[in-house]
Design a protein around this ligand. Structure first.
Ligand code: PGA
Length: 257
């Protein structure tokens, strides 16, 4: 499949930082400020997803094109769910986005995969936008089963979703073998999977296809961002490690702006 060079102008691109379990709450505002320092003119939509404990300190950062999000949330609205965090709590702290289905959450909790669809529904019902993560492990890619695997994830998590819910969903294709490994999928590998995802979504939800943003995630850095940004199938990136380094994150933002 050939990678196209021209950008799809109907979808504003997004650069999302997933801080995972890094830095301290007191340092969060400083990191955001450093990442945004010198930012001017038209830029990609920027999303910061720190740990829950940092959200209160970052409540005020949102403005046009700058958003605050969380890394997970509960499928329930409230109640006896020790240690869980609800979508409403996130909204109360200024979040407008939540990441759901991240492979690190799926890997740590074997029930997670059965909860993702309900979490998406709950988050959207509460008023959040969702970055939904999907992606295959290395052995599946090596066996040539990666497209089937990701389509199965979509089937599991979206088959009962309404068409209107899709206005609130952005997809992040994150091959597990590329996350935190320094091994990025090539632009062609990412673009090909993005096109499969878009085709599946279009078929499942007629009318949603062209507006749907599909991000790539997995060892995105200052060195590979421009190449990824060159593909019209890649509407932005979900960045882990490099989102903690302001100089690098700024280069990634400018690549997608
Ligand atoms: P990475 O993480 O950029 O450190 O590979 C990406 C992610 O897990 O979202």
């Amino acid at each position: 499949m050939k990678v196209k060079n021209e950008q799809n102008l109907s979808r504003r691109r997004m650069v999302a930082g997933n801080w995972k379990m890094n830095i301290l709450p007191a340092d969060a505002k400083g990191l955001v400020d450093s990442c945004l320092e010198g930012l001017s003119g038209e830029h990609a939509e920027i999303l910061f997803c720190p740990p829950y404990t940092h959200l209160a300190n970052l409540s005020g950062i949102a403005r046009a094109g700058i958003h605050l999000g969380a890394q997970n949330c509960s499928e329930y609205a409230s109640g006896a769910f020790t240690s869980e965090i609800s979508a409403e709590m996130l909204i109360n702290l200024g979040c407008t986005w939540v990441i759901l289905g991240h492979s690190e959450c799926r890997a740590r909790n074997s029930y997670e995969k059965d909860r993702v669809a309900d979490k998406i529904r709950r988050a959207i019902e509460a008023g959040l936008k969702v970055i939904y993560c999907c992606g295959e492990p290395l052995e599946i890619r090596d066996a040539g089963q990666h497209v089937h695997y990701v389509m199965q994830q979509l089937e599991t998590d979206f088959s009962k979703m309404s068409v209107s819910a899709m206005d609130h969903v952005t997809i992040a294709y994150e091959p597990i073998w590329a996350i935190g490994t320094g091994k990025t999928a090539s632009t062609d590998q990412a673009a090909q999977m993005h096109e499969h995802i878009r085709a599946w979504m279009k078929q499942q939800f007629p009318g949603c296809g062209e507006a749907l943003k599909i991000l790539y995630g997995g060892s995105v850095n200052a060195g590979n961002a421009r190449d990824l940004a060159h593909s019209s199938s890649i509407d932005g990136v979900l960045v882990g490690g490099a989102s903690l380094k302001p100089d690098e994150f700024k280069i990634i933002i400018s690549a997608f702006s």
